[in-house]
Design a protein around this ligand. Sequence first.
Ligand SMILES: Cc1cc2nc3c(=O)[nH]c(=O)nc-3n(C[C@H](O)[C@H](O)[C@H](O)COP(=O)(O)O)c2cc1C
Length: 148
Amino acid sequence: MKTLVVYYSRKGYTEDLALARAREENADFLALETIENTAGYEGFLNCMKFCLAGKSMTLFPYETDVSAYDKVILCTPVWCGDVSAPMKAFLRKERHHIRNAEYILVHFMPASVVAVADKMDQILRLKRDKLTQVHCVCGHMLKEETGA
Ligand SMILES: Cc1cc2nc3c(=O)[nH]c(=O)nc-3n(C[C@H](O)[C@H](O)[C@H](O)COP(=O)(O)O)c2cc1C
C-alpha cells in the first residue's frame, strides 16, 4: 500500500501534523505552495479574499504523480468554514487521481468541521476513509478527534 501525505500550511501547524503522520506511515509527502501572497497581515487579508469568494489559489507546479498512490492523506487548515484555497486547487486538479482519501483538518474555532470534510468528499466524489479534526490555538493542540 503506497501512501502520500499532501499538506498545505500557512503558519506551520498543519505541517507539523502532516510530517509526523508521514513519518508514522513511512509515506511520501508533498507540500503545496501557492503563488499568491499569504504572508503577514496583507497575506492574511488576501487569503480571506479568496476563501470568502470560494476561490482556489494557483499552485506552484509539483512533480508528484498522485495517481501512483493507493491512498492520499490530505492535511489542511480550515479557512472560512471551508477547505483552504490552496488545498481546494489541489483537490480540483487531482480529483480523478485519488482513489482512497483520509483527511486531517486543523481549525482554530472549537466547533466540529465535519462539514468541511463532506465538501472535500464532494469535490473528490468519494467517501473518506477517516477524518481527524485537530483543534489548534496558536500551535497548542487542544483537542484531537478521529472518526468517519
Ligand atoms: C484566511 C483564514 C481563514 C480562517 N478561517 C477559519 C475558520 O473559518 N474556522 C477556524 O476554525 N479556523 C479558521 N482559520 C484559522 C486556521 O484554520 C488555524 O489558524 C490553523 O491552525 C492554521 O494552520 P496552519 O498553521 O497550518 O496554517 C482561518 C485562518 C485563515 C488564514
